[in-house]
Design a protein around this ligand. Structure first.
Ligand SMILES: [Zn+2]
Length: 304
């Protein structure tokens, strides 16, 4: 009988960065690396970054690494390991067979999933969702990701897009979305949408949400108004999720949530006004949720 696997690698591939970590069976991150994706250079380049990240961890040696868990932007067929849909955040990514690639190029058993699914697994295992089995996750970053867990199991849907609330319609006939529809939630509650709203209100091109939060923290009235409107729309999305699926908790993560000190009380006010009963909490693992969740996927693979 083979020795029990105690270490795996979790990797998180996004439009901005590739993150990788050695994850222990108790969820501890033992070694970690982050590289810029430079996604515009195309698929083969991004895959070479993945190799580089994994090799950057190899001080530990691949011999005692049991498997690789891969979280990526886009929709992933978890049975085949293929990216079945990806936006231009990762040009040419659609159609990539990540599991086959990992076996042939890294000589590792692998499993791949969508990054929001991995983030929810990570938060359920080590973060804000510990001890709960019916959970929703929303990630507010460049786009809006979502994931849904029932009785401890991810609900990935018939077309691998389960939990994709970023493309549920918040405002019929609203702003055009890169998915082809109009009025998607992503156009109103993503980090990019927050920057666009701030530019419209103030005429200032902010570089990050953190800049807006800083002004709001100093009671800048226009910055506060931007965040009030932003959280009002986010609350509508959350109430729709709450009434349709009745989870134990909805976890809000992603870059916008990491900088949430100022706007979280505004969101709570709007949730109260809408009578939302579901617990809504901020993610605890920050930008490590994806790599930890990917590690969890790898352990599930070796234990299956
Ligand atoms: Zn859309």
């Amino acid at each position: 009988m083979a020795d029990a696997v105690n270490r795996v690698i979790g990797i998180d591939i996004g439009g901005t960065s590739v993150k990788a970590a050695v994850v222990a069976r108790d969820g501890a991150v033992l070694d970690e690396i982050r590289l810029d994706t430079d996604a515009s250079r195309g698929r083969d380049w991004v895959l070479s970054r993945v190799s580089e990240a994994v090799e950057g961890l190899s001080t530990i040696g691949n011999n005692d690494i049991g498997a690789l868990g891969i979280a990526t932007a886009g929709r992933v067929n978890v049975e085949s390991g293929e990216v079945v849909y990806a936006t231009d955040n990762l040009p040419g990514w659609q159609g990539t067979h990540l599991v086959t690639w990992a076996r042939e190029n890294l000589a590792l058993r692998a499993v791949a999933d969508n990054d929001a699914n991995a983030a929810l697994l990570g938060e359920a295992w080590q973060g804000a969702g510990r001890g709960k089995r019916r959970l929703i996750m929303l990630t507010l970053g460049t786009g809006v990701g979502g994931a849904y867990m029932e009785d401890g199991l991810l609900c990935r849907g018939a077309h691998w897009s389960g939990g994709d609330w970023g493309h549920s319609i918040l405002f019929p006939r609203g702003l055009p979305c890169n998915c082809g529809k109009k009025g998607c939630a992503e156009q109103y509650v993503s980090g990019s949408a927050l920057l666009r709203r701030a530019r419209e209100y103030t005429g200032i091109q902010y570089r990050s949400g953190v800049e807006i939060m800083k002004e709001a923290a100093h009671s800048h009235p226009k910055a506060l108004q931007v965040l009030d409107d932003y959280t009002a729309d986010l609350a509508v999305l959350l109430v729709n999720i709450s009434v349709t699926l009745d989870p134990e908790a909805i976890i809000v993560g992603g870059g916008v949530a990491d900088a949430g000190e100022v706007w979280w009380p505004l969101l709570e006010k709007h949730l109260q006004q809408l009578g939302v009963q579901t617990e809504v909490s901020r993610a605890l693992l920050g930008n490590r949720a994806g790599i930890i969740g990917a590690g969890r996927l790898a352990f599930e693979l070796v234990d299956s």
